[in-house]
Design a protein around this ligand. Structure first.
Ligand code: 1GP
Length: 243
């Protein structure tokens, strides 16, 4: 398995396609894995992407057949699969890596430390590459699943300094990645100005996701300094999405 964190640091542009197993039945996984490479190669060309990942996870606390689902995906793809967990139960040895998220924008202890403690013993025994990630929910213009499930408020986009301070604190706490999340299906993605300010102030790779639907938006996010962009809904709605 490639070293996930090193490869994110070394590549100029990484793109992750986010898939929520709750929204894709097991028997649809093979067809998805067969169809996605042509979408990926078109995006690769348009955006000069160096590498792709699948992020797998969802905000729902359910975990029906998560492991089996990941196993099915790995059976049909060579792409690195990274767990983007919504809960400690979303774990599978069939994946390659896991973002160990702390929702640092919020003040709910459950998402700051309790889930992490719950997962600790299982993670100690895993072969997965675990990457500590400071996860910041940014106001995306509507109530998103992360906000709803975590019962935390997003950081308003008009207070850039506050977002920068959260990101810098995330780095000081030892996080190896910082993730600016406008929330799945956000009406307003994270402003490029915010991406620029945050990426100038931290020296760990910056991930940006939520509400990204056009090539122009994604290009602007990379240009502003993001190392990785995450796209979910656009591809979920249309497997042939190409911006
Ligand atoms: C990943 O939640 C996002 O950061 C995905 O958002 O579904 O809006 O692309 P979309």
């Amino acid at each position: 398995m490639p070293d996930l964190l090193i490869s994110i640091k070394q590549a100029n542009r990484s793109l992750a396609v986010l898939i929520d197993p709750e929204k894709m039945p097991l028997d649809a996984v093979a067809a998805f894995a067969k169809a996605i490479p042509s979408t990926i190669s078109s995006l690769k060309e348009k955006l000069q992407i160096d590498q792709f990942f699948f992020f797998v996870g969802g905000s729902s606390m359910e975990n029906t057949g998560f492991d089996e689902w990941v196993k099915e995906l790995k059976k049909h793809t060579d792409t690195t699969v990274v767990i983007f967990p919504g809960s400690p139960e979303q774990l599978s040895e069939n994946a390659d890596g896991l973002l160990f998220l702390s929702l640092l924008s919020g003040r709910n202890p459950e998402f700051l430390i309790e889930h992490q403690v719950d997962a600790a013993r299982r993670l100690k025994e895993t072969h997965l590459e675990i990457v500590p990630t400071g996860y910041l929910l940014i106001d995306g213009g509507k109530e998103t699943a992360v906000q709803c499930v975590s019962k935390t408020l997003p950081l308003p986009q008009n207070n850039v300094e506050n977002i920068v301070n959260h990101a810098y604190a995330a780095q000081l706490m030892g996080n190896q990645l910082v993730y600016l999340e406008a929330g799945s299906g956000a009406v307003k993605s994270v402003a490029t100005e915010i991406v620029r300010e945050v990426s100038a102030q931290i020296n760990v790779p910056l991930i940006v996701g939520g509400g990204l639907r056009t090539i122009a938006q994604i290009e602007a996010i990379y240009k502003a300094g993001a190392k990785m962009v995450v796209v979910g809904t656009a591809i979920e709605e249309n497997i042939n999405w190409n911006g």
